[in-house]
Design a protein around this ligand. Structure first.
Ligand code: DGL
Length: 264
């Protein structure tokens, strides 16, 4: 089969990668996508070791490769931190992570060179954003804030949590007043961007914008852009309960999705 007609595999610990997929569908509409949401094993960002995350990512990679992918997008910051290098060492398929994209978008959009990053505990503790941003520009000040409750709340349905506003405020209050931009360093967070915006009125950055651009460049460079010009609906494989995932994903994407439950 011609590589050009193969799929793009997108994966996350659960719902978060849907925010990346949405961007990819807008920017690269003629590609065929397969989405793997490991919600049966979520969260990745708290209570798991690097090795445990690597093991889960390897299982996902094998599934996506068996299903005819030409490139893999790790639509999860935590998995990128824990496993990008490991996966690159173990697989020959091109793999794109999201930390580099999030760092570049911060560099491009903060004139004061002071940014805050909302992320999981694992990502914050790794200093991945701080190190990557400062690799590009050592003058940047980066405040990494671990928003521990966000991901489980989003997976279960953000709106139904009575104290969601208080929890949100708790983390907004940790953002230093002199930053000029906030990076959403967990792919789950664009799902609650409207809520964040109501309490933080400076620039909010979604790394998926930059990742999508980089993926486009990579496909061109490798000469594997799908030239079919036919839109195909993405197919979703989820290890957790569909009754939580499906409505939130459909609401975010604005369309009905084809979805299957698979063992975790
Ligand atoms: N969406 C994942 C990320 O970008 C995270 C979540 C989790 O499972 O903790 O880090």
């Amino acid at each position: 089969m011609d590589k050009k007609n193969c799929k793009i595999g997108v994966f996350d610990s659960g719902l978060g990668g849907v925010t990346v997929l949405k961007r990819l569908l807008e920017d690269l509409p003629y590609e065929e996508y397969i989405y793997y949401g490991d919600s049966g094993n979520a969260p990745y960002g708290s209570g798991k070791t690097k090795e445990e995350i690597q093991y889960l990512c390897k299982k996902i990679m094998d599934f996506l490769i068996e299903n005819n992918c030409k490139v893999i997008v790790i639509a999860c910051n935590t998995a990128t931190v824990a496993a990008l290098e490991y996966l690159k060492e173990n697989y020959s398929i091109p793999i794109i992570g999201i930390i580099d994209s999030g760092s570049k978008i911060a560099i491009k959009n903060s004139t004061l060179k002071k940014v805050a990053v909302f992320s999981t505990e694992f990502t914050a503790n790794s200093n991945a954003y701080k190190n990557t941003i400062q690799k590009y520009d050592k003058d940047f000040e980066v405040t990494q804030i671990a928003c521990i409750e966000f991901c489980p709340m989003i997976e279960k349905g953000w709106e139904t949590f009575q104290d969601n506003q208080e929890i949100l405020e708790k983390y907004i209050n940790k953002i230093p007043t002199d930053v000029d931009a906030l990076v959403l360093g967990c792919t789950h967070y664009p799902i609650i961007k409207d809520y964040i915006e109501k309490k933080f009125n400076k620039v909010i950055l979604d790394p998926a914008v930059e990742l999508s651009f980089e993926l486009k460049e990579l496909l061109k460079k490798l000469d594997i852009v799908n030239d079919n010009n036919v839109k195909k609906k993405p197919v979703f494989f989820i290890t957790g309960e569909l009754d939580k995932f499906k409505p939130t994903a459909e609401k975010f994407l604005g369309e009905e999705i084809e979805i299957y439950k698979i063992p975790k």
